[in-house]
Structures are given as C-alpha cells and as structure tokens.
Ligand binder design. Sequence first.
Ligand code: MN
Ligand code: MN
Length: 292
Amino acid sequence: MTSTDRAIAAYLGLAIGDALGSTVEFMTPREIVAQYGVHDTLCGGGWLHLKPGHVTDDTTMSLALGDSILRCGRVEALAAAQAFDVWMHAKPVDIGNTVRRNLLQFRKTGNPEAPYSDHDAGNGAAMRVLPVALATLDQPEESVRAASRAQAHVTHHCALSDAACECLIFMVQDALRGADKNHLLHTYAHPLVAQYPEFRFRAVRQSQNPSGYVVDTLQAVFQSFFDTDDMYDCLVDVVNRGGDADTTGAIAGMLAGALYGRGGIPDAWLGALDADTRRACETQAWALSALV
Ligand code: MN
Ligand code: MN
C-alpha cells in the first residue's frame, strides 16, 4: 500500500467519522443506547438534522484549508485565514465558538494569528490538521511544527491545542509511511502525556461524553484508537461515547484511515458517504500527496 492510498483513506476516514458522529453529537451514551442501540450507520439526523452521509465543519474546514495549501503550494497562515473566512461566509452547518470569534477578529484586523489564550483549548484546530500532515510529509520536524502552528493559530493560539495538533500530524505521517500502532503509541502518544499530563488516557476512567476541550477529545480518541484493531470498532467505540462525537469521530477516522488503509474502510460506510464529499476528499488527498 502506498502512502497516497493511506492518505486517501485518512481523508475518507475523517469524513466518515464526522458523518457517523454527527448523528449523536451532544448526546450522552445512555441516550444513544436508548435511541439507536449501538449507533453504526451514516443515517444523518442529529441536532443538525443532516441528510444521511453528510458532514460538518470538521471535514469542510479541512477541505477549505487543503484548498488554500494547494493554491499556495504550501501552508500559509494568511491564505488559510482567508479560506476559513470564505468558508464562514458560506454559512456552514456548524461552527465552533472559538473559530467564529477569532475569524471575526481576523476580518477586523487582517492578522491571521489569533492572540495567545490558554482558554482557546478547544479541538477546532486539531480537527482540521489532515491537509497539513499530507502537505508536509517528509519535511523536517521544525517545518512541520511551523506549518501546524500557522494553520492552527488562525483560530486557536494555545499550547495544549498546538501539542495536540502536532502529535496528531506526526502520528498520521508515520502511519502513512507504514508504522504500526505500537510505534505511534510509544513515539507520540506517550511523549505527549509526558509533556502535558492532562492528556493522560491510560489508567483513567473511560472518557464518556467527551467535550470540545482538546484534552477530552484526544483522551477519547486515543482510548478508542489504541484499544481496537480496525476502523469499524474504533469509530463505533468513539462515537458511542457521545459528546463531541463528530469531532472525536473525525480525528479517530483520520488516524484509523492512515493506519488501516483503504481496505479497512467498511463498504457500507464508504457507499453511504455523500458522493460530492467523497470525491472532494479523494481528489484533495491525491493532490496534497502529489505536492510533496
Ligand atoms: Mn462538526
Ligand atoms: Mn464537533
């Protein structure tokens, strides 16, 4: 399997996780069981009343960022901010509070870097890192980190968010090169916890109802990703925890897609994903992979 095949699978996994999770976003695990038993279909609905197979900001902001990277030939903060601004103008189905606040600020100031705030530790930058991971594959570590921060700081200028974004990017990149799950755990997940103990996900309670706080999000994602062996089990496990399920689904789907590849995506999910979204993800993953 080539890294481009895995890149396409990561993008499809992101969109599938978003679509799957959106149905149960903001529900508790107990409410999900009562309404769906085990939720495992791209049936739409949820608080956004989506059509089956449709996606939310996690996927559409990633695609907007990816388009800006393809236009510039590299990750560019101003181009990313402009792409997000155009995206916000088009009235997306959902938008995070921190994203909205800092994009409105960008409209006023033209500065694509939000002011530093420890409070802006939401998952809104981490949910859209995939195009950066693809565009900077095989670049030196410091350039990858700089590219990550350029896109992230448009809306989330915060140390915990940065640490999460960079950890996810390096995990995706090593998975694209064929690394196994154990390597990702020891090389990236454990060091993240060593540096920021908030992210501890072992020997703690199973994360239920993960919030939009990037720490909650990554705890749920890592528990599901490291304790399962295929994309189906990983995504079903994480979205049935409820909470910010479209975003935990999107991030877990990205990791699972990169690790397990195209063949690991359940046919029923691929067939149910909105056709335009599927095409956009495949096309962009291919184009970003060709950039490096
Ligand atoms: Mn969303
Ligand atoms: Mn969400």
